[in-house]
Design a protein around this ligand. Structure first.
Ligand SMILES: C[S@@+](CC[C@H](N)C(=O)[O-])C[C@H]1O[C@@H](n2cnc3c(N)ncnc32)[C@H](O)[C@@H]1O
Length: 229
């Protein structure tokens, strides 16, 4: 257990330090195209709440809040979220930001409509444990959406080896190079249904030669309703 805490601390320290430059990296994104894509994926019912895991500088959370969804962003790095809070004021988002680990979420079972995250899953040290935890708080019929840039026809393509400058931590990033079928399997073996990967075209501004965005999605089976009293 101590080992896991020290790994999470390393990840937190890294993202705290990286917050400035990471925030600037979002210049690559076409925010209008993102808003349209998110609106299409989340649907027109604004009564559905959203939880953005590993929210970082609030990239997704501030957009879903602006679309009218009650939104909470959660992250272990306060330095990253300081940017999220600042951006919320600028863009008119009422997203709430809170500090916490995505491996142990401070929410009751079956209470969240949409669990979203972007560029988070490759940083997970315990992906199976994480997906089970996310499924626990998802409402039956609720959806999980994991946004990532991926190499077309291949999968996650995180080239930077040993990002945390600690080989032990790096070895524990279990899915940083996962293929698309491995990612689908990750959601299916942990209980999600209707698992699919969809390509999202046009989200990167012209002039950037990056891998395209994809969303890995799954639903919590409605049949789970039977177990809720
Ligand atoms: C690559 S950044 C992505 C940030 C944001 N979602 C975006 O796309 O701009 C990954 C984020 O996940 C957070 N993170 C990694 N592991 C976490 C964990 N176990 N619990 C909470 N946050 C975590 C990091 O602190 C960091 O802010």
């Amino acid at each position: 257990m101590m080992e896991k805490i020290s790994v999470v601390k390393k990840i937190e320290a890294y993202w705290d330090k990286r917050s400035d430059s990471f925030d600037a990296d979002h210049d690559t994104e076409d925010l209008q195209a993102w808003m349209e894509a998110l609106e299409c994926l989340l649907g027109s019912d604004k009564n559905r709440n959203v939880l953005d895991l590993g929210t970082g500088t609030g990239f997704l959370a501030n957009m879903t809040a602006r679309l009218g969804h009650s939104t909470i962003g959660i992250d272990i790095s306060k330095e990253m979220m300081n940017f999220g809070v600042k951006h919320a004021k600028t863009v008119g988002s009422d997203a709430i930001f809170m500090e916490g680990s995505v491996l142990e979420l401070p929410f009751m079972d079956n209470t969240v409509d949409f669990i979203i995250n972007s560029r988070l899953i490759w940083t997970l040290v315990e992906p199976d444990m994480a997906i089970k935890e996310w499924l626990r708080i998802l409402k039956p019929g609720g959806k999980m959406m994991c946004f990532n840039r991926m190499k077309e026809g291949v999968g996650l393509n995180i080239g930077k080896v040993n990002i945390y400058e600690d080989e032990e931590v790096d070895k524990q990033l279990a899915i940083k190079g996962a293929r698309m079928e491995e990612l689908r399997d990750l959601l299916e073996r942990n209980g999600l249904v209707d698992v699919q990967i969809q390509k999202l075209s046009g989200l990167t501004r012209p002039g950037y030669d990056y891998d395209p965005w994809f969303v890995l999605m799954g639903t919590k089976d409605e049949a789970e309703n039977r177990f809720i009293s």
